[in-house]
Design a protein around this ligand. Sequence first.
Ligand code: UD1
Length: 340
Amino acid sequence: MKILVTGGTGYIGSHTVVELQSKGYEVIIVDDLSNSSIEVLDNIAKITGEIPLFEQFDLTDAGKTGAFFRKHNDLRGIIHFAAFKAVGESVDFPLKYYHNNLVSLINILQGMMDNNILNIVFSSSCTVYGQPDKLPVKEEAPVQKAWSPYGNTKQISEEIISDTSKVSGIQGILLRYFNPIGAHETALIGELPLGVPNSLMPYITQTAIGKRPFLRVWGSDYNTPDGTAVRDYLHVSDLARAHVIAVERMLDNKMKQKVEVFNLGTGNGFSVMQVIESFERSTGVKLNYQIMDRRPGDIEKVWADTGYANKELGWKAEKSLDEMTASAWKWEKALAEKGR
Ligand code: UD1
């Protein structure tokens, strides 16, 4: 059972490779290493005892992607993570984002069609909902006009997969992630942001370790219990597990439609202040922070209705917020020990 994981040396990808290998799948990773490091392969092997197959190339290269699929026409499924993901950068460099995120998907789907490979799991985002009218947000909630080119590539990618499934045997599962945080319990793999992080959790741990002077809390005048913005944070290993279940659902022919959509979150919303409190509680470390104005483009609050994923996938996020923040800290400390 060979599964291709694109972006498999990245943050969510690497955790998913670990979960796949521990269920007995043979994994091949394709990654151009533009935002990840080759050492991740060894660290995966330290966890699972098995080094995944690996090919380094850029999936926007149609020639190389076509050749890859011809060589690996025995793939049973694909989990597609490889994409650029920095929201702010996508506003400054829209063509870079549209080109990378869409052309790579098109090349993959073409490779699948040409080689009769039928199953794809796609890494989507709750960003497609914008600020939903009703919370918790269900999968049927309307997709709102994307605020950033990054968000738009997620929406367009969902449509590309859907349209392709109508004219081919391809079936797809679109996983809309809420906010993945934390790291593997071994602290051998985790999030490795290039430069200054945009996301909350790595910013918190980098501040606590002394790489950043203080965390800026973006906005305290939201209509939320403590005024700071609310998100649905889930542990990356819980999220990774859902991908294995999605692959199995496809292989076992359990899908009810050719393209299915699932929200992946815990179903609980926590504010920025609650995440800071959890971090301080679970690690015993005090965090420097300052309240700032709102960050442009941020929404006020969002959390998932996870009922459909619970029922249909039999999946539920298990780790608590304190476990998430503690594991992120363990990872940051492990990086510091390696001088990273
Ligand atoms: C963002 C993207 C989302 C993407 C996800 C990928 C936007 C609008 N959304 O989600 O599309 O899928 O990243 O990981 O950018 N915060 C601070 N200080 C910081 C960093 C963050 O207060 O230094 C706050 C934010 O204002 C927000 C919360 O923490 O309220 C979470 O922020 P972040 O981790 O960046 O994720 P999102 O903005 O939810």
